[in-house]
Design a protein around this ligand. Structure first.
Ligand code: 8X3
Length: 252
C-alpha cells in the first residue's frame, strides 16, 4: 500500500474519478479537485472511508481561486508526490469559420493554461525534494488533427509539447513526466463537447466498445508504480476498434 500523496485535477467525473477510486483502494492519499463542490463532497464521503482525502473546489481557469485553494492545503499535504493533470474538456466541433470564440477560450484556458498554472504551483515542491511524477492526460487529438477538431486538437498538441518540455526541464531533478494519450473513452466528454446533446454524445460511443475511464485509471496506476529508474514517457491508448481519430470499426 502506497502512502504517497496524489493530486488529481478534474476528479469529479470520467478518468479523474475512476483514477481517484482506484488509487484510494491502493492506499494513496488523495487531493481531489474540480469545479463541482457537491460531487467532490460525494466522492470524499465515499473514498474517505478507505483513505485520507482532501478536496479543493475551484475553477481551474481562475488563477486566484486556484492559488487560494492550493494555499489552503495543510503544509504536510503540499508535499505532493504525483500530479495527475487530468482536467480538460472539448467545447464544440465546428470548422474554424463557424467556431465559437468562447469555446476556443474555454479549451485553451482549461486544457493548456489550467494545466500550466496548476503545475507551476506543484512543481517547485517536487524540484526542492528532487522527487515527483507528473502525469499529463493528453489525447489522440494531441497526436493527430481531425476534421473540425482544430482548436481542441491544438490544445492537446500543446499538452503534448508541454509534457515533452516538462520532461526536459525536470530531467536533472529525477522527476518523472508521463503523457497518457487516450482515444475514445466513454465519459461526459462528448456531452460537454456537444453542449448537453445526449443523443449526439451517445452516438460517439455506439457500435463498438470504447475505452472506459477505469481502463485509463489502470494505466495511470501502472505508470506510477514502475521502479524508480523506469519512466513511461508516452502512451497512446485506443479502443481495439479504433485505428486513428477518424477510423473506427463501427457495427451500426
Ligand atoms: C478525446 C478523444 O478522439 O474525441 O480527447 O478527440 S477524441
Amino acid at each position: 500500500m502506497s502512502q504517497e500523496i496524489v493530486f488529481i485535477s478534474g476528479a469529479t467525473s470520467g478518468i479523474g474519478k475512476a483514477t481517484a477510486e482506484l488509487l484510494a483502494k491502493n492506499g494513496y492519499k488523495l487531493i481531489l479537485t474540480g469545479r463541482r463542490k457537491e460531487r467532490l463532497v460525494e466522492l470524499e464521503n465515499k473514498l474517505g472511508a478507505i483513505t485520507e482525502i482532501k478536496t479543493l473546489s475551484f475553477d481551474i481557469t481562475n488563477n486566484d481561486e486556484l492559488q487560494k485553494a492550493f494555499d489552503s492545503l495543510p503544509a504536510e499535504w503540499k508535499s505532493i508526490d504525483i500530479l495527475v493533470n487530468n482536467a480538460g474538456n472539448a467545447h464544440g466541433l465546428d470548422p474554424i469559420q463557424d467556431g465559437s470564440i468562447a469555446d476556443w477560450d474555454a479549451m485553451i484556458d482549461i486544457n493548456v493554461k489550467g494545466l500550466l498554472h496548476l503545475s507551476k504551483l506543484v512543481m517547485p515542491g517536487m524540484v526542492s525534494r528532487r522527487k515527483g511524477h507528473i502525469v499529463n492526460i493528453g489525447s489522440i487529438a494531441g497526436k493527430e488533427v481531425y476534421p473540425n477538431g482544430n482548436v481542441y486538437c491544438a490544445s492537446k498538441h500543446a499538452v503534448d509539447a508541454i509534457t515533452q518540455g516538462m520532461r526536459l526541464d525536470m530531467n536533472k531533478y529525477g522527476i518523472k513526466v508521463t503523457g497518457i494519450n487516450p482515444g475514445l473513452v466513454e465519459t461526459e466528454f462528448s456531452e460537454v463537447r456537444f453542449k448537453g446533446n445526449k443523443e449526439r454524445a451517445e452516438s460517439v460511443y455506439k457500435g463498438y466498445s470504447p475505452l472506459l475511464p477505469h481502463d485509463i485509471a489502470e494505466l495511470i496506476h501502472f505508470v506510477i508504480t514502475r521502479p524508480k529508474h523506469v519512466n513511461v514517457a508516452d502512451l497512446l491508448v485506443l479502443p481495439t476498434d479504433q485505428a486513428s481519430s477518424t477510423v473506427v470499426n463501427k457495427n451500426l
